[in-house]
Design a protein around this ligand. Sequence first.
Ligand SMILES: [Zn+2]
Length: 472
Amino acid sequence: MLKFWNSLTRTREPFYTIVPGEVRIYSCGPTVYQRAHIGNFRAYVVWDILKRTLKANGYKVIHCMNITDVGHLVSDGDSGEDKMIKTSRLTGKSAWDVAKEFEKIFIDDARRLNIELPEGKLLCRATDHIYEQIKLVQILIDKGYAYKISDGIYFDTSKYPDYGKLSGQALEEKQEGARVEENLEKKNPTDFALWKFSYPYGRSFDPACDDVSLKRQMEWESPWGLGFPGWHVECSAMSRKYLGQPFDIHTGGIDHIPVHHENEIAQSVCAYGLPQANFWLHVNFLTVDGQKMSKSLKNNYDLDECQEHGIEPLDVRYFFLGAHYRSKENFTWQSAEGAHNALTKLREIAREWDTPTEVDADWNAKFMAELEDDMNTPAALGIMWDMIKSDLESDRKAATLLSWDKILGLDLDEYIAKQIDIPENVKAIAERRWQARNRQDWAEADQLRFELEDLGWLMEDRGASYKLKLKK
Ligand SMILES: [Zn+2]
């Protein structure tokens, strides 16, 4: 039975879905202002394992993920420059081109890691859903949850009694913990922007102004003035549009819990009077050499930097599987090399096996039980190595590992011999040889063995049966 640790209830809960046999998942996606580093990709690999585990359990998976291409400010709060516009200023490219460039790199990198991203409209950009976001903000204003100040429209967190429930903090505690904001117009320190104005009070850029750099690159008309949506609004608006409300699983990083996800929940619940999602899953951080990943420490490695160190994208994927997603995982070049060596060894062993026949039910039950228990990937890898070292016949090992690789996503099928169709004449000769052998007619048996070899086939006697293999 599938169980997941639900951040909302802080318990390991049996999994259920709203529509039988169908899972709707929303994942907070990348902000496309720079290349995603391997710490970012840890989360996307975990959600890929989640989807594949659900599929292996017979569910149809509907997965939606956003691409943040506007409104995410450098402070992660409501102050500071928009990350997209900052990159634009530093590179001289337009914010739109920056978004396009890094979205493409993100998708390419995800493919290299064998991550199955949502397809078509389910991989959705914030800038393609401005109308839906404006509509959500208007509902919150109409219901009395939002107010206008000089730099935008804000959500009044004191109007939502459950604010802080996800992070387990009382509102007063959160208020005290909130960063000292320079914005004294806000009613409560935890209030957050739903819509930010390009200029105070939503005025348009003054056409008489000579300095065009003061004009915001990404801005839209709204009932309240020219501006852009706050970062949190897109996830409430797009998850509802594509998955309905409530949906089954909302995923993100643990850094999303105290602000971004609290705010998403507040918006969605207050606007529509329904929970946003039933299960909330959060992946822990990846550290590098025991430290937080950051540009200033130059340890925010991307896939190309890993390759320069001889660590291939699938080595990185294997590395992520080695830790439970709710634990911190520490990346060092040495531990990455350990993953590389383990995956190389796995391929070498699999290459020697016979062509796959049937999946071993006992081993499969053990492996799946680990994944179904809150995605315990390190334990599942342990079962995998135990199976490999066991005395199970290699054709069954091959079949079992191939089936597991549908979840692990390590492209092991390239290393496991393909199921080969044995021609009828070869089968007939083998059958005649088997009968000759059984009546101890060794001369006839040898003669038929040579015939098979001439046709390119080896016949292995295995006690009560035999196996045909292609000559290498
Ligand atoms: Zn989000």
